[in-house]
Write a protein that binds this ligand. Structure first.
Ligand code: GDP
Length: 307
């Protein structure tokens, strides 16, 4: 069974780990590239790296991103040299960014780089990019427009979000591999990722939303909000700022007719009738994932519900 997962970083990677290696499942993950940015002359792709490190078993489990047992000696040199170092990049992580930047400079595409890194690190599932072009989420605050990482890491999501934009998205061409993974999927899952800054910048790449709508597979989304709250990150505050309802029903409304089915947490069981009234299927499951067994149990239950 071919499962295609659209995923951001931390929430997306947990769901990817759930499907990865499940008996009978061939997983393709289309990751978010709109958090990408240049640091110290290197191209950093945080969500793709979180997916890769997670599926390679190298992730720092406590923080959900970065490499386990990481050191930060390169960053300390940059700091000594008077460079801003609010973006935490570990030494092993730097190695990957150096490789990526050099390969891009030699003319490789971003997806070729991602595929080579994943293969080298022993990732079994396919990690695909929605586009090989540059798309960058921008966040308007009272202080003006910030890059996503300035908002997320430097400002730690403190400023109120007034508007979101995805620069470069109109011109971004979808990758053939992403379109094929969507068209050939038996099941498409929108991971419990930030709908606004992880899933939307994938869907808004030319042709991706249309491909999902045209796909023969059923489309299910897992709510990143449990009892109206995020597990982590600014999705709830962003949804509120943009006038959306801040709970699993709001997520279902936001995805609209793209969605056939919504997976919500047991704590949100009361929302099921309202989600079904939107014309969507709805399954209530334990969706908080900490241990690998919980990730796999959720993935297996989703497969069961969608069979
Ligand atoms: P980011 O790019 O690293 O911010 O990661 P994502 O966009 O993939 O994930 C962020 C979202 O994942 C947040 O809205 C969290 O609420 C959600 N999330 C994280 N862990 C879990 C989990 O175990 N279960 C569910 N349902 N959502 C989660």
């Amino acid at each position: 069974m071919k499962v295609t997962l659209l995923a951001g970083g931390v929430g997306g990677a947990k769901m990817a780990e759930g499907f990865d290696g499940l008996a009978g499942v061939e997983l393709s993950v289309i990751g978010n590239i709109a958090d990408d940015a240049a640091f110290h002359g290197l191209w950093v792709s945080p969500d793709i790296d979180t997916l890769t490190y997670s599926l390679a078993g190298q992730i720092d489990r406590a923080q959900g991103w970065g490499v386990a047992d990481e050191s930060h000696r390169a960053l300390s040199v940059l700091n000594e040299l008077g460079v801003e170092t609010w973006m935490t990049l570990g030494d092993r992580d730097f190695g990957l960014h150096i490789y990526r930047s050099a390969a891009l400079a030699q003319g490789q595409s971003r997806s070729e780089v991602a595929a080579h890194v994943a293969k080298t690190f022993g990732v079994q599932s396919e990690i695909l990019l929605p586009t090989d072009d540059v798309v960058q989420t921008r966040v308007r605050t009272a202080e003006g427009w910030l890059s996503f990482q300035e908002y997320f890491v430097r400002e730690q999501c403190r400023p109120e979000v007034l508007e979101l934009a995805y620069s470069g998205i109109e011109a971004a061409k979808p990758t053939e591999a992403a379109l094929t993974a969507i068209a050939e999927a038996d099941l498409i899952v929108l991971a419990p990722s930030n709908p606004l800054v992880s899933i939307t910048p994938i869907l808004e790449v030319q042709g991706i939303r249309e491909a999902v709508l045209a796909a023969r597979a059923k489309v299910a989304a897992v709510s990143p909000l449990i009892a109206g709250k995020v597990v982590k990150g600014p999705a709830d505050r962003m949804m509120k700022a943009l006038g959306l309802r801040v709970d699993a029903l709001g997520v279902a409304e936001y995805y609209g007719d793209l969605l056939g089915h919504m997976v919500i947490d047991t704590l949100d069981a009361a929302l099921k009738p309202q989600i079904m009234a939107l014309g969507r299927g709805c399954t209530v499951l334990q969706t908080l994932m900490t241990e690998r067994a919980e990730k796999q149990a959720l993935a297996a239950s989703i497969l069961g519900a969608m069979a």
